[in-house]
Write a new protein. Structure first.
Length: 218
């Protein structure tokens, strides 16, 4: 099996698995227990899994179309999806490891919080971006999580509904603690974004060097 075929199969299987897990959680668990559909889509975990699944599907389809090479924008969006899903795995296994998960199916939990974060990073390393990522891409990657955090805190202040306990001042000891959590996550997110960009550019350079050597030997 070629590397292209492996990438297509890997991405399609993971994307279908992630989307199927979310559909099951929504219709078999979330809605029957009377939870809001809108609230389901306010979880960063779900949004990030949707994004990485869409990126997987689109990139797989583009691999099948050999005449359509990825643009720098394509690589930037793919990198963003990797950062977000990796962040999900890191936050869940640090800040949320002791959270009550009674309302999430165990298999769904493994897929969304463990399998997809690992898969996103593995895919990024095995099949690196076809374009080098500039430093300013990190600032673009920060926009979505920043908007998400502000939305979650402001909405929670009016509705009392928070997707995660660290956004809730009543759960962590006030807005000072919420600010500290957010600053810690920003720092972690920046480190992760720099790491993903560096790894992508490193693997891209290695891939280009290998391709050049192969062409020179022919």
């Amino acid at each position: 099996m070629s590397s292209r075929s492996s990438a297509v199969g890997f991405r399609m299987i993971l994307a279908v698995g992630s989307l199927a897990a979310m559909v099951f959680q929504l219709f078999a668990v979330h809605i029957p227990k009377g939870y809001s559909v809108f609230n389901f889509f306010t979880y960063f975990t779900n949004l990030s899994n949707i994004l990485i699944s869409v990126v997987f599907i689109i990139s797989a389809l583009r691999l099948l179309n050999v005449r359509r090479a990825p643009t720098p924008t394509d690589s930037a969006f793919r990198g963003a999806a990797v950062v977000y899903i990796a962040f999900v795995g890191l936050v869940f296994n640090t800040l949320l490891r002791d959270a009550d998960l009674s309302d999430i199916d165990p298999v769904v939990n493994v897929i969304l919080h463990f399998a997809l974060p690992i898969a996103g990073v593995v895919d990024w390393l095995l099949w690196p971006p076809m374009n080098r990522l500039r430093g300013r891409v990190i600032l673009w990657w920060m926009i979505f999580p920043a908007v998400y955090a502000v939305f979650s805190i402001v909405r929670g202040a009016f509705t009392g509904i928070y997707p995660y306990p660290f956004f809730n001042p009543d759960a962590v000891g006030g807005y000072g603690a919420v600010t500290l959590y957010c600053l810690t996550m920003v720092a972690g997110f920046l480190l992760l974004a720099f790491a993903v960009r560096a790894a992508g550019n490193w693997r891209h350079s290695a891939h280009e060097a290998k391709r050049s050597a192969t062409n020179a030997a022919q």
